[in-house]
Design a binder for this molecule. Structure first.
Ligand SMILES: Cc1cc2nc3c(=O)[nH]c(=O)nc-3n(C[C@H](O)[C@H](O)[C@H](O)COP(=O)(O)OP(=O)(O)OC[C@H]3O[C@@H](n4cnc5c(N)ncnc54)[C@H](O)[C@@H]3O)c2cc1C
Length: 477
């Protein structure tokens, strides 16, 4: 006879202290999804451990009692990675927020993984260092979540994604054993298990601590916001800048839908006739930055820019970034729900792909706005709608599937940085052959050969997950 939710929570209170266990209707509702709100599943209980050892105790208890468990950071994921698809225990890292060691000489630090990304840079700013991966959610999203999703950000173009900045991890594996993989020193010999775990979406274990790299804060930074009267002029600028060999630190694009939302939400103003904007940032040695910015501005003008604003000081730079950083949040004014899709295409295909996104949105009669890492060819169409209307939900999900299928057909990828989660599980077979998927499944089994650790994520065809999928799709439409 399975335990009731209340009984299970009581048992967990004997594993951790009672104040580290949440249960009941409010907890179940609060932890039933991430920022991909169209798929939800209730946990049985939520635990808030403070140390690696406490995480190991919970995982061992789950194994002994055949209860699924799912690691959760801030829950800002955009593909349903944290929803407890088969119920069970959500292991929240909310209380694991300590920086354990800062090694300035070797430019690295050891941290617990529940800490918000930006707090790492804040802590080492005094040494002229920072943690380079900067997802737009960085004030809240956690290092554990960034590792889970191998997150990128506006500066990925120059500095790379999370994987390039993680040296080692402490992980509680799906049986409750504590593993130390990699470490402070880069390039340890042997197989690169850290590389496998970063991007593992919590399916290989619960990462509790991580050694991450720190890089110097650039000496000079120059930021420009450029307005265009057509999307095509902006996308052509992106292709021309990359072709010219000038690699900016960030090259981001916002279309009219986003500009309207940021104007409504934050009073951001832009020139009459603007249809899209690029935010371009160059950083590094002062001479190189000046030269790169000149090249960039020349290319912008050649492509018909109607306005180029270059920040003159730090305050203006922050104002220019506002349109990018607040863009998705501002979409909250447009409708009750947003789904932000994520796909990658070769940069040369940007104009045709954006046209396709608008065409799909028109056909599905759903509002769309685009804000994305144009320099990486990483699209984020944001569909806004009302998720109380199941027909709208159906159309949004179908629109996403069409867009991602087109990305793959154009030689791109099923995801750039938001992961597979539950959202894209059915699309994996469009990108990978059966043999590829089986190899991935075998790699997963090195750490996780059961169904308890974050089930129904990333790889298709896990047994009981077909039911979760059918149930969700059945209720969603
Ligand atoms: C407004 C907004 C802007 C965003 N911008 C970006 C962006 O620029 N770039 C980008 O890449 N993403 C972006 N995202 C998506 C999201 O913020 C990232 O995926 C982020 O890394 C998730 O962190 P989190 O702490 O919220 O993780 P969660 O959502 O809690 O978890 C994400 C995944 O990681 C796993 N996980 C969490 N903690 C651990 C752990 N300790 N050990 C093992 N697995 C774990 C979970 O099981 C889940 O599969 C954005 C989201 C929002 C809402």
């Amino acid at each position: 006879m399975p335990l009731s939710h209340a009984e299970l929570a009581k048992k967990l209170e004997q594993v951790l202290k009672p104040s580290s266990v949440l249960s009941g209707a409010a907890a179940e509702r609060a932890y039933d999804c991430d920022a991909y709100t169209v798929d939800r599943s209730n946990p049985t209980a939520v635990v808030l451990p403070e140390t690696t050892e406490e995480v190991a105790k919970v995982v061992k208890w789950c194994c002994e009692n055949n209860v699924p468990f799912t690691a959760r950071g801030a829950g800002t994921g955009l593909s349903g990675g944290v929803l407890p698809a088969l119920g069970g225990v959500v292991i929240s890292t909310k209380k694991m927020v300590q920086i354990l060691e800062i090694d300035v000489k070797n430019r690295c630090l050891l941290t617990q993984t529940g800490i918000a990304n930006k707090r790492l840079s804040d802590a080492v700013k005094q040494y002229g260092l920072h943690f380079a991966p900067d997802p737009s959610s960085q004030t809240v999203s956690t290092i554990g979540g960034n590792i889970g999703e191998n997150s990128g950000g506006p500066h990925t173009l120059k500095y790379g994604v999370t994987a390039q900045h993680v040296l080692g991890v402490t992980m509680v594996d799906p049986k409750g054993e504590i593993l130390h993989l990699g470490g402070k020193v880069e390039g340890a010999p042997g197989y690169d298990f850290v590389g496998l775990i970063v991007g593992g979406e919590g399916t290989l274990g619960v990462v509790t601590e991580a050694w991450v790299k720190l890089v110097p804060i650039p000496k000079e930074v120059s930021t420009a916001l450029i307005a265009y009267s057509s999307v095509n002029q902006a996308t052509q600028t992106v292709a021309d800048i990359i072709a010219a060999g000038a690699i900016p630190a960030a090259l981001e694009m916002m279309d009219q839908g986003i500009l309207r939302a940021v104007k409504l939400g934050f009073g951001f103003d832009y020139p009459e006739g603007t249809d899209s904007m690029l935010l371009i940032e160059c950083d590094g040695e002062p001479d190189a930055v000046r030269r790169d910015m000149e090249i960039v501005q020349e290319i912008c003008r050649k492509n018909g820019a109607i306005d180029i604003r270059v920040a003159q000081d730090e305050a203006e730079r922050a104002r220019l970034w506002l349109v990018r950083k607040k863009g998705i949040g501002a979409m909250g004014r447009m409708a009750p729900s947003i789904v932000t899709h994520d796909g990658v295409i070769p940069r040369s295909k940007l104009p045709e792909m954006l046209e396709f996104v608008y065409e799909v949105a028109r056909r599905k009669e759903i509002g769309v706005a685009n804000i994305f890492h144009a320099g990486d060819g990483n699209l984020h169409p944001c569909f806004y709608f009302d998720d109380r209307d199941q027909d709208q939900v159906k159309r949004v999900v179908e629109a996403g599937e069409e867009i991602i299928s087109r990305c793959i057909a154009l030689g791109g990828s099923v995801t750039g940085e938001h992961g597979i989660g539950v959202e894209k599980i059915d699309l994996m077979s469009l990108m990978f052959s059966e043999a590829d998927l089986e190899l991935q499944a075998k790699s997963k089994r090195i750490f996780n050969d059961g169904m308890l650790c974050n089930p129904c994520k990333v790889l298709p065809n896990q047994k009981s997950c077909v039911e979760h999928r059918a149930r969700w799709r059945g209720t969603a439409w």
